[in-house]
Design a protein around this ligand. Sequence first.
Ligand code: ZN
Length: 142
Amino acid sequence: MHSFIHTKNGVQLSSPAYQTVQQERENQVSKPIQIRLLSEQETAKLMNTIRFNFLSPTRCISCGNTSGFERQVFWIGGVPKAEQNSDSIHELIAYHLKKSHGVESVFFKTQHNKFYVDSAKCKRCASTMIEFDIEFSDEVLA
Ligand SMILES: [Zn+2]
């Protein structure tokens, strides 16, 4: 995790703004970012929350399948609220998930002050390049 942060920093040394952000992060004795795949039970619980499930898997980009997705949700720790919308943090986490979990396509969500990454796997072809979209169910419209 840390070696990746430093590599990235090295690439962007020419940007003073970026250096300042990075410096502040280091000064905070920044906690390492933690990533944990939620259990099936924890995932099922979150899926019952309309707000969390508002954006959900609709189509497999690889095979065109539109139903039957295995949901993979990761809990992310060690990212302060102010950084949870940061593109560089998103890139860093997406990169890590791709490398360590083979997840190609991720969506960042917050729920009850917790920070999550939502992703899905196609049950037909096992691809993780899945399109997510907003699904209007009766519950949401009610
Ligand atoms: Zn597929």
